[in-house]
Design a protein around this ligand. Structure first.
Ligand SMILES: NC(=O)c1ccc[n+]([C@@H]2O[C@H](COP(=O)([O-])OP(=O)(O)OC[C@H]3O[C@@H](n4cnc5c(N)ncnc54)[C@H](OP(=O)(O)O)[C@@H]3O)[C@@H](O)[C@H]2O)c1
Length: 336
């Protein structure tokens, strides 16, 4: 495979290099792209140094089989035609195309076949919080239809990119040193704080991030499920956590849910209250699966169930999910 990574210097771009290597992805040639800020920089992939090329409107994507793009929605929109014009499949991490009717939005554990119908040569990777939530929801949806979801997210700093993660480190250092705190990547100081806003507000009072969880979940799951979300930035470095409440068509017992999560694709059950075992972001950064714990019956609704999930949002929430889509296309001989 001739593979390209657009946004190679970023948090997700760097994760692509690790995930492709870790999974032994069949790469014959790898091209890296960035803006003028990182063009010329070199990164090592499988003992070989590769120089970042400047992303331009030219023929650099001729012969490329798969392009993993993670350079923001504006870049994806501007360069989609350049990237796909010679037949490269563009697997895009940004929000640029996710809700377009002719662009599949894919989580391989849930709707892999949607990736086969891509009239524009583009497959969208969902929002990171949505990816990890639908992997867990699928295990229950297999038992009985989920009618509604209430979710509160606890999203790590690195969800806002590599520079945001550096800013959190720096803020902690500044606070402890008694220095003025630098605030650039977030609306407020995040160190020692929580910020109940991710992305901009929309007309209904929900943020764009919260509306992504509503709309993308329905598209991926082909479902009429309703999702009400509150998305919060927390001063964790990496891995998003979510407190999820669902209402199902028929009651699901805790035992039944535990079994479904334990057997669910892409999931690990970590639910042992007596031993204080439950998923936590500090300990699950860099892991592939979505971890589920704190499974309880809802006390106010017979058809309600509540649980807690943690997933590495740079990995399963971005790079890993995209690579798994590519692996699926290879497996069903739909590419290459
Ligand atoms: N971080 C996450 O957890 C996460 C999860 C899911 C999806 N995403 C999405 O993935 C994308 C990247 O996020 P990130 O966290 O990796 O951000 P990041 O760390 O800020 O990296 C952004 C990358 O985009 C590149 N870039 C920006 N403008 C460009 C241009 N005009 N031409 C070429 N490259 C350009 C940057 O290259 P230079 O260094 O050269 O500027 C850099 O490599 C975003 O769309 C984000 O929404 C992120």
């Amino acid at each position: 495979m001739k593979v390209a990574i657009v946004g190679a210097s970023g948090a997700v771009g760097q994760e692509f290099l690790r995930v492709l290597d870790e999974r032994n992805f069949p790469v014959d040639e790898l091209l890296l792209f960035g803006s003028s800020r990182s063009a010329g920089r070199k990164y090592t992939f499988r003992d070989k140094e590769i120089e970042v090329k400047l992303l331009q409107h030219n023929d650099d994507f001729k012969g490329v089989d798969i392009a993993f793009t993670s350079a923001g929605a504006g870049t994806s929109k501007e360069f989609a035609d350049t990237i796909t014009k010679y037949g490269a499949v563009m697997i895009d991490n940004s929000s640029a195309f996710r809700m377009d009717a002719d662009i599949p939005l894919v989580v391989p554990e849930v709707n892999p076949e949607d990736a086969l119908n891509r009239p524009r040569g583009i497959i969208a990777n969902p929002n990171c919080t949505t990816i990890q939530m639908v992997v867990a929801l699928k295990a229950i949806e297999n038992l009985t239809h989920i009618k509604r979801v209430h979710v509160s997210t606890y999203q790590a700093a690195s969800g806002a990119g590599a520079a945001a993660m550096d800013e959190l480190y720096e803020q902690y250092r500044q606070v402890l040193a008694g220095e003025p705190v630098t605030v650039e990547k977030f609306a407020y100081q995040l160190a020692f704080n929580l910020i109940p806003q991710i992305d901009v507000f929309t007309d209904n009072g929900y943020t764009k991030e919260e509306m992504k969880m509503y709309n993308e979940t329905r598209k991926i799951m082909h479902s009429d499920v309703k999702v009400s979300a509150t998305c919060v930035r927390v001063p964790a470095l990496r891995s998003h956590s979510e407190s999820i409440w669902i209402e199902t068509e028929r009651p699901v017992s805790v035992e039944e849910a535990r079994k479904a999560f334990a057997e669910g694709e892409g999931l690990v059950l970590m639910d042992n209250p007596e031993k204080k075992e439950y998923p936590m972001p500090l300990f699950l950064a860099g892991k592939d699966p979505v971890y589920v714990g704190r499974i309880r019956k809802d006390l106010t609704n017979e058809n309600g169930l509540t649980f807690w999930i943690v997933g590495d949002q740079i990995k399963k929430g971005a790079a890993l999910n995209a690579v798994q889509i590519a692996e699926y296309l290879i497996k069903v001989k739909n590419i290459g």
